[in-house]
Design a protein around this ligand. Structure first.
Ligand code: CO
Length: 131
């Protein structure tokens, strides 16, 4: 079951500069910046009410974030939905013929378990997150 929008992922070239915008200009607070090897990205989580903004800066020119920015420029990268049963959801979506990028969950920010669905099936890049 999907509980809520966990976060919206935004790809940026310079995470410090982007964090400044969200904190100094918009008055939000950053939970912290961490490097997530499996995503080849530095990630900043910024709570906004019930949800969060996730800023992603690439740590590898061959990574998904770098490639996204190369193709489409900085900006919205993915929408993340929170679930309490990521394996169950992946099984169910696969059965329904939805194309998955990750067949098995991998590690996301804050030790969460995440999996991406292919935008071909879902119109935008969707991430499932289990905390
Ligand atoms: Co995300």
């Amino acid at each position: 079951m999907i509980a809520k929008i966990d976060h919206i992922g935004i790809a940026v070239n310079d995470i410090e500069e982007a964090v400044k915008l969200y904190t100094e200009v918009l008055g939000l607070e950053v939970e912290g910046i961490e490097t997530v090897e499996e995503q080849k990205a530095r990630i900043a989580m910024i709570p906004v009410g019930e949800s969060r903004i996730e800023l992603l800066e690439s740590t590898d020119p061959e990574g998904a974030i770098a490639k996204h920015i190369e193709k489409r420029g900085e900006g919205m990268h993915h929408l993340a939905l929170r679930t309490d049963d990521i394996e169950g959801m992946l099984r169910d979506l696969k059965e329904k013929g939805i194309q998955l990028i990750d067949e098995e969950p991998r590690t996301g920010a804050e030790g969460s378990r995440i999996a991406f669905l292919h935008p071909r099936g879902t119109k935008i890049l969707l991430e499932l997150v289990e905390h």
